[in-house]
Design a protein around this ligand. Structure first.
Ligand code: DMJ
Length: 454
């Protein structure tokens, strides 16, 4: 062997040997087609339970096999929330039956106080999405009727909406609200404005968002509760969890959906404050905790199932690095007990609230991260989430929330967001990308896709 060929051999062994010996064992590929079919079948299983025991009511009580209505009269919350998911899944017969039922029965002409935030994200968002998917203008008419009946909520001294409004009389109540309830309205009201050419819906909901933002602290943070008549904060705890969460989501999404430069500015400033004061670097891990909105001092190291929406928002805003790191923390929270608790103390790893009400947020973030990175680890993550979700929450007739993720004891609840969000995000994660063109839609916070047609 010549000196030249010996050197070549040495170079080759240095180049290839370590590669071969250190190469990670290949993870088995995820069978997306099989998983998408399973998600669809499980959606149908839960839907059949609703049909059999709660048809015509807001939602199913899966353990007692009876029903639950939010108010004195049903607004068919589960059918309205579920219909666009059926359309995306190609469940034609179920979608047709549900569509006809809603058109023949849903009426907002009721002497009832409703919670503006919940009916906006579920009904207004759902009806607008159904209209865009089907082209059936009767759904737009229903949406406009609802939007018009909700408008009195904005008639407060600050423009920040009251929490409840009577759909017949227009009377309002409950002046103490929070950033999420006040600021999670513009996707729906704004879309209604664009589709009906009536600016009032956009203007009222936008003002509500801006008025909350205007009351941020010098650090750029918002608190947990605010009085709509005085504009004063009544709880100054700041976080990204329930009560604030989707306020941030809508700042970003309304910039993207409406090209709204004010929303862009408000989002970018808010994101900087949230990342400065709420993000919590714990060694290699990234969490988001609570802090006092005035001082920035850490008030709690709590993170939960609702916070798990934030990787999706970070990813949508282009911050993939933080999105990936926070998603890893959410997944850690999920795997401790095989399914996530409502709230965890990430310093002690102790559970603070043990329930699991079938929430979608971690699945939503998995879907976004897979979309933006194409990394198969998110398909595997989704498969793990889905398998434990089925294992612990499936009942003989539908799906049930968990009272306690440690004991896996089930609870008698199956909220409509199971159909609108949880099943939809699982399905979209595994189904062919052509099922829904991600780039053409913005999901409202209840996962109703809105397409920009203006
Ligand atoms: C849904 O109604 C919405 O996603 C809302 O923004 C937060 N809570 C539930 C789902 O967990």
């Amino acid at each position: 062997m010549t000196a030249k060929s010996t050197a070549l051999l040495l170079v080759c062994s240095l180049l290839f040997a370590p590669t071969l010996s250190l190469a990670a064992p290949r993870e088995p590929a995820v069978d997306r087609r099989k998983l998408a079919a399973e998600v669809r079948a499980e959606f149908l299983h839960a839907w059949r339970g609703y049909e059999q025991y709660a048809w015509g009511h807001d939602d199913l009580r899966p353990l007692t096999k009876t029903y639950h209505d939010w108010y004195a009269h049903t607004f068919y919350m589960t059918p309205v929330d579920a219909l666009d998911t059926m359309l995306l899944m190609g469940l034609r017969d179920e979608a047709e039956k549900t569509k006809t039922f809603i058109i023949n029965n849903l009426s907002f002409d009721q002497d009832i106080y409703v919670q503006n935030f919940e009916i906006t994200i579920r009904h207004l968002g759902g009806l607008l999405s159904i209209y865009q998917l089907t082209g059936d203008r009767r759904f737009l008419a229903l949406a406009e009727d609802l939007g018009t009946r909700l408008l009195p909520v904005f008639d407060s001294p600050t423009g920040i909406p009251y929490r409840f409004v009577n759909l017949k009389t227009g009377k309002v109540r409950d002046p103490e609200t929070n950033p999420a309830e006040a600021g999670t309205l513009l996707i729906e009201f704004g879309t209604l404005s664009k589709l009906t050419h009536k600016p009032i819906f956009y203007d009222k909901a936008k003002r509500a968002l801006v008025e909350v933002y205007k009351r941020r602290s010098a650090l750029g943070l918002v608190g947990s509760t605010i009085n709509v008549e005085t504009g004063a904060w009544t709880d100054k705890d700041s976080h990204i969890s329930g009560g604030i969460d989707s306020y941030y989501e809508y700042l970003l999404k309304c910039w993207l959906l409406f090209d709204d430069e004010d929303c862009k500015r408000m989002w970018l400033e808010s994101r900087a404050a949230v990342n400065k004061y709420l993000a919590d670097e714990r060694g290699p891990e990234l969490w988001y905790g609570h802090a006092d909105m005035l001082t920035g001092q850490r008030t709690a190291t709590s993170y939960g199932a609702l916070d798990a929406f934030f990787p999706a928002v970070l990813a949508l805003s282009g911050d993939i690095d933080r999105a990936k790191r926070l998603q890893a923390s959410s997944f850690k929270m999920w795997t401790i007990y095989g399914i996530e608790p409502e709230q965890l103390n990430y310093r002690t790893m102790q559970i603070e609230y043990p329930g699991y009400p079938l929430r979608p947020e971690i699945v939503e973030s998995t879907y976004y991260l897979y979309h933006f990175t194409g990394d198969p680890q998110y398909l595997r993550m989704g498969e793990t989430l889905f398998n434990s979700f089925v294992k612990y929450c499936r009942t003989d007739t539908a799906y049930a929330a968990l009272r306690n993720v440690q004991t896996k004891e089930q609870a008698d609840g199956m909220q409509s967001f199971l159909f609108a969000e949880t099943f939809k995000y699982y399905y979209l994660l595994f189904a062919p990308p052509k099922t829904l063109n991600f780039k053409q839609v913005i999901f409202n916070t209840e996962a109703h896709p809105i397409k920009r047609t203006w």
